[in-house]
Write a protein that binds this ligand. Structure first.
Ligand SMILES: [Zn+2]
Length: 412
């Protein structure tokens, strides 16, 4: 769009430009200002912001990106380019705010009043009067209602110069306590929303695209904040959420519909490990062992320690294994956690045992084979398990014999 420079104020830290007319939207009603460029003979300006003063004059905050500030003179003809991509993002978010407002009043209640609004290219933020948390089901309902009106692709109706009394009698939403002139501008989504508004909007609701509510929270007493994304931003958010779910699903090795249950289980397990079942649970397994729990078989000058616990956490078995490893004397051990449908066990050797005497990994693998499972590990430490719980005695017996033979053999 062509325009003529009226005034140009240049100082070190900022430059202000006034034109005879401007295609740039000045920040108003929570909708951020347009940005873009202004070009003239021998200079180019970047428009960073646009504000309207009390007299209604548009003040363009600009930066000289080419040419000299001295070349910008009153009377110069300039060409204005509004960043239209950015504006599209803004007006999608702005138009969605109207739908969101109407939907919140329908779902949450007609006590809902607008308390604040910010519309930027990347998101919209809308504050309302409401005294408690907006429940997730309500947010889902609000989002669905907005999406219905987006998909109906309704044409917005703009009415300029409507007498304020007429606007009020038609039930138009206005900002409580705001001073309006005698005549106002009405923006209507027929059969859904009617508001006093001077902003820029989509022509049809379908241009908004997907709207995703991403946040609900408290701002101050009695004021809740809702944040949402639309268009490309809404679609990207959904994509990112899909990726996240996929990553979690493969990390926890469960299908997405089981994620909630799986994480719930992990949280409970973690909590019980942390606070409970005795503050030093591994010490109690070890002290049980030292108090005579389990069995010790001699094998020449060495010994084989065998102990089984009902549902012992792997972490605690490993701590017992660690203690037996460091304790003096030549020793091999089999530590078992026996559950209703699964056996887990550790086979290991003490540090003092000459390497090559036994191979814990191979012994564990053999035991797991009997239990119909798998596992293995290093010569000095291995973990394995299986589901054939009724074959546990046989597995322990076979592993123990193998260890005893190897240990006894080292003496000869
Ligand atoms: Zn509006």
């Amino acid at each position: 769009a062509e325009a003529t420079v009226s005034h140009f104020f240049s100082s070190d830290d900022q430059q202000l430009l006034v034109l005879d007319r401007s295609p740039f939207y000045a920040e108003s009603g929570g909708q951020v200002a347009d940005t873009g460029t202004i070009e003239g003979q021998g200079f180019q300006l970047e428009v960073l912001d646009c504000q309207k003063n009390a007299e209604g004059t548009f003040l363009h905050l600009v930066r000289v990106v080419a040419g000299e500030p001295s070349e910008v003179q009153p009377g110069s003809t300039v060409h204005c380019n509004v960043d239209s991509d950015r504006r599209q993002h803004v007006i999608r978010n702005h138009t969605a705010t109207h739908l969101l407002h109407a939907a919140l009043r329908q779902v949450v209640g007609d006590h809902v009043q607008q308390k604040g609004s910010l519309v930027s290219p990347d998101r919209l933020r809308f504050d309302i009067s409401h005294y408690e948390k907006i429940q997730p089901e309500q947010l889902a309902e609000v989002e669905q209602l907005v999406q219905e009106w987006v998909l109906r692709d309704v044409e917005l109706k703009i009415y300029d110069g409507i007498p304020i009394e007429e606007a009020k009698s038609r039930g138009a939403m206005a900002l409580f306590g705001e001073k309006y002139g005698d005549r106002v501008r009405l923006v209507e989504v027929p059969d859904f929303s009617l508001e006093l508004c001077g902003g820029i909007h989509c022509q049809r609701t379908g241009e908004i695209g997907p709207m995703v509510i991403v946040h609900e929270g408290s701002v101050s007493s009695g004021v809740r904040r809702v944040e949402a994304l639309t268009g490309v931003g809404g679609a990207s958010r959904t994509r990112a959420d899909e990726d996240l779910i996929h990553q979690l699903s493969s990390l926890l090795r469960v299908p997405r519909e089981d994620l909630h249950d799986r994480i719930g289980t992990l949280v409970r397990e973690n909590r019980s490990l942390k606070d409970g079942k005795g503050s030093a649970p591994s010490r109690s397994l070890l002290s049980e062992l030292d108090a005579g729990h389990g069995e010790t078989r001699s094998a020449g000058s060495a010994e084989v320690v065998i102990a089984t616990w009902q549902d012992a956490p792997q972490e605690q078995l490993l701590q017992v294994a660690d203690a037996l490893k460091r304790r003096g004397g030549d020793r091999a051990f089999i530590l078992v956690s026996s559950g209703n449908d699964e056996i887990r066990f550790i086979v290991g050797t003490s540090e003092s045992l000459p390497s090559g005497t036994v191979h814990a990994g191979q012994v564990a693998k053999m035991g797991a084979g009997i239990l119909g499972g798998g596992g293995g590990g290093r010569p000095d430490m291995a973990q394995a398990g299986g589901k054939a719980v009724d074959r546990l005695p046989e597995a322990i017996d076979q592993m123990s014999r193998s260890l005893e033979d190897s240990l006894a053999g080292k003496d000869s």
